[in-house]
Design a protein around this ligand. Structure first.
Ligand code: MSP
Length: 498
């Protein structure tokens, strides 16, 4: 089976920030988890380099748009290893291979009769690169997202007949469909369609920084269609020497933030239908990370959580864990450095870190580092029953926080198990050697299973843990399915106290 997950491609007019790290980490957890399940995975991320936002930022800085794109794309590329993102490719929309393929797809849409020439007249936000309807515009025709005055635009463009897709979109977003998740977001998309769809500009006449329209060289494609198509075009050239489209298209999951819902749940499927391309399976819409005060993060409010500060102080695993643990994936939530430190200490250092060091230390002290090959504790096994199926089901529908909670309940269960069994007491009584064997073997097995399930969330710390625990493979498995035995090595603290 194949699994294809994407992040939005990031605008190169700004530096990487927490919002970018967030979607990337979430997609990475899904990709890693699916690889552990033996799926053939493709994970795509990249940069959105055309359009007005980039052209204007370049002008402000006195460089060409391509220079600005080159410089900032590099910063986004450098972000990936710092987040431990295991993306299979990084697409840049100024790549000529992308440009050529966009021209091919949109020419097919034109030839199929879905495009006509008309005059666009209306409100436009150059920062969003979005045409706003009267209902969307803020007070006094300002952008509801950026607060800046909208521009009244009038130009001759090519239009995409979005209106003809009214019915197919209603069907796609119907009550029983899981195309858009979570459900409230699906309802938002439905409400937009229910207002009645209007045709939209497919091209821009005044802008130069974009992909030329093959049948009208004076125009470039509207940046959103150029950008959305990245999910499809990348597969054609991401794998050297062969076109991976047949293996991975349609995409399994597009992960996006709630601000770009309209583009991904309405414009994108309509464009694919027009091009005769199969639709992606799911779009998962996550919420916004807010400042510690619950307000939108902004430099002037001083409430911004800096992902690089978290990484420098507590490590990448801590950032990844925190973002998916503290804010339910799909909802909005406050973030702060204090909250990161608190999760780090209470959960990572005290709960998981201590469990790992106690387990390795006790197996080493009482059994010379050899995990006893004995029958495992039935009560503990019962509390682990079905874990991998449950976590798989949750991660499989992007419920990343719920899946993490399932795993964490087992971390807590293991800590209680240590207290209940008190192996240090058993060790004092030679007649209870069999009980000690069972307790240590069960504990070691529990820690291995928990480590395997947490590997996608915290790849660095969990690889160290699994290695020390003598776990050979990385495949997800249930408690008791690993064969037991093996030897345990000394483990440096996974989450050292700061
Ligand atoms: N270039 C477009 C996407 C094109 S995809 C075909 C774009 N880029 S962006 O860089 O502005 O935003 C990328 C993602 O970051 C979006 O999904 C957005 O929701 C997310 N975030 C930006 N700030 C955010 C938070 N404060 N919290 C969570 N995610 C947010 O839009």
């Amino acid at each position: 089976m194949s699994f294809y997950v994407t992040t939005p491609i990031y605008y190169v007019n700004a530096a990487p920030h927490l919002g970018h790290a967030y979607t990337t980490i979430a997609a990475d957890v899904m990709a890693r988890h699916m690889r552990q399940r033996g799926e053939d995975v493709f994970f795509l991320t990249g940069t959105d380099e055309h359009g007005e936002p980039v052209a204007q930022a370049a002008e402000r800085e006195g460089v060409t748009p391509q220079e600005l794109a080159d410089r900032n794309a590099e910063r986004f590329q450098a972000l990936m290893p710092r987040l431990e993102a295991s993306n299979d490719f990084f697409i840049r929309t100024s790549d000529p291979r992308h440009e050529k393929r966009v021209q091919e797809v949109l020419t097919a849409v034109y030839e199929a009769g879905h495009v006509y020439k008309g005059v666009y007249e209306g409100w436009y936000c150059p920062r969003c690169a979005d045409f706003k309807t009267e209902a969307e515009a803020g007070p006094d025709h300002t952008c509801p997202i950026h607060g800046i005055p909208l521009d009244w635009e009038r130009e001759e463009n090519w239009f995409f007949r979005l209106s003809t897709f009214q019915e197919p979109l209603e069907k796609l977003l119907a009550e029983d469909s899981d195309f858009v998740q979570p459900r409230e977001r699906r309802n938002e998309a439905r409400a937009f369609v229910a207002q009645g769809l209007q045709d939209i500009s497919l091209t821009r006449a005044r802008l130069r920084w974009g992909i030329p329209v093959p049948w009208d060289e004076g125009q470039v494609f509207y940046v959103w269609f150029d950008a959305l198509l990245n999910y499809y075009t990348a597969l054609a050239f991401a794998r050297d020497g062969h076109d991976a489209t047949p293996e991975f298209w349609p995409a399994s999951y597009h992960l996006i933030g709630k601000d770009i819902l309209k583009f991904h749940t309405i414009f994108w499927p309509a464009m694919l239908m027009a091009a005769g391309i199969e639709l992606p399976e799911h779009v998962f819409v996550h919420g916004f990370l807010l400042g510690g005060d619950g307000r939108k993060m902004s430099k002037s409010l001083g409430n911004v959580l800096d992902p690089f500060q978290v990484i420098d102080e507590l490590g990448t695993d801590a950032l990844r864990f925190y973002l998916l643990r503290d804010v339910a994936f799909g909802e909005d939530g406050a973030t702060s450095m204090d909250a990161v430190r608190s999760r780090y200490e209470t959960e990572l250092a005290n709960e998981l870190g201590n469990l790992a060091s106690r387990t390795t230390n006790m197996v080493r002290r009482y059994r010379d580092g050899q995990v006893p090959e004995v029958e495992l504790d039935a009560a503990l096994a019962a509390d682990f029953a079905g874990l991998s199926g449950r976590v798989g089901e949750l991660v499989g529908r992007a419920s990343l926080t719920a899946a993490l909670e399932e795993i964490w309940q087992r971390v807590r269960r293991l800590n209680r198990y240590v207290e209940e069994q008190a192996p240090w007491q058993l060790a004092k009584d030679p007649e209870r050697a069999a009980d000690l064997d069972r307790a240590l073997a069960s504990l070691a097995e529990g820690v291995r299973v928990v480590g395997l399930h947490l590997l996608a969330y915290m790849p660095s710390a969990m690889s160290r843990l699994l290695e020390a625990m003598g776990e050979r493979g990385q495949e997800l498995r249930d408690f008791g399915a690993g064969g037991g035995g093996g030897s345990v090595q000394q483990l440096e603290p996974l989450f050292p106290k700061r």
